[in-house]
Design a protein around this ligand. Structure first.
Ligand code: C2E
Ligand code: MG
Ligand code: MG
Ligand code: MG
Length: 278
């Protein structure tokens, strides 16, 4: 009897596993098709100077509508990385975003572009050349491009990753550490890479004014960043109180729903028009 029950449990488990595998294969196949059918889009979230509200840059964020269902990047980036699809997808985002930001700059709007990278993209053959091509093609100056990486990327293939990022840095491209403060490698990271910017993770910003430890940690990161001569960006600003505290701490740049949500290129167009006339 017990054996029978156990057997049934194994069967249920196997069915569950089978369903997971099927779902993952379907997702991988759909991702492949989505790239061919041009189902991906880019939204841009403004990064602003906290004192003046001037837009200093936009961060490109990939969007996927799988039919009529929106799939958040966190759900498809892993599978895209596993299947290698992140390489052509990332290249498309790179070229498209460089082109769009170069066009805004051509309207004499002095903004930069921040781009998220995944590990597999950086170590793919010809990554550095691809970035150089995207810059040359679009006319975007290297100094206007910031590449965002997270700490985990230096754990695997660390040597190759650092080498390539350093090559890009030598071209004049800026480097940022995204989600700063969440990985234990934070400080070691700063020593290994010629970094220009850190982006404080929203998990710190969310506790501002509510949690003493998180408030203290945020203050410490802002000070550390500035002492090291880095640009410090606070991410995930949602409440006015957070914005006030960040300004008091001397944090100069920020990003978050309170400041501006990610928006399609058309939204950035109108933002540009209002920015340029004030
Ligand atoms: P990230 O680079 O840290 O991007 C910030 C994320 O926080 C974005 O989510 C943005 O929409 C969201 N966000 C911005 N302000 C607020 C706020 O005030 N409150 C809250 N709750 N969220 C806010 P999104 O677009 O879902 O992207 C998630 C992550 O996926 C990104 O985190 C990044 O790691 C990755 N990602 C997005 N686009 C790309 C891409 O083109 N390539 C690669 N490799 N990764 C990407
Ligand atoms: Mg980012
Ligand atoms: Mg982040
Ligand atoms: Mg993130």
């Amino acid at each position: 009897r017990a054996k029978e029950l156990g057997g049934r449990r194994v069967e249920v488990f196997a069915a569950q596993m089978h369903a997971d595998v099927v779902r993952r294969l379907e997702l991988a196949a759909d991702l492949q098709r989505a790239l061919i059918d041009q189902q991906f889009a880019i939204e841009y979230q403004p990064v602003v100077d906290l004192a003046t509200s001037r837009v200093t840059a936009v961060e490109a964020l990939v969007r996927w509508w799988r039919g009529s269902v929106f799939v958040p990047p966190e759900q498809f980036l892993g599978p895209a990385e596993d299947t290698g699809l992140i390489v052509p997808l990332g290249e498309w985002i790179l070229r498209e975003a460089c082109r769009e930001v170069a066009a805004w700059r051509a309207e004499s709007w002095d903004i930069g572009l921040s781009l998220n990278l995944s590990a597999r993209q950086i170590t793919a053959p010809r990554f550095v050349e691809t970035v150089e091509e995207a810059l040359a093609e679009s006319g975007l100056p290297a100094s206007a491009l910031t590449l965002e990486v997270i700490e985990e990327m230096l754990v695997e293939d660390a040597e190759e990753t650092i080498k390539r990022l350093s090559e890009l840095r030598a071209l004049g491209v800026r480097l940022a550490i995204d989600d700063f403060g969440t990985g234990y490698a934070s400080l070691a990271f700063l020593r290994q890479l010629p970094v220009d910017m850190i982006k404080i993770d929203p998990s710190f910003v969310s506790g501002l004014g509510k949690d003493d430890t998180l408030t203290l940690l945020t203050r410490t990161i802002v000070r550390l960043g500035h002492d090291l001569g880095l640009i410090v960006v606070a991410e995930g600003i949602e409440r006015p109180e957070q914005l006030e505290l960040l300004k008091q701490m001397g944090c100069t740049r920020g990003q978050g729903f309170l400041v501006a949500r990610p928006m399609a290129a058309r939204g950035v167009d109108s933002l540009m028009r209002t920015s340029l006339t004030v």
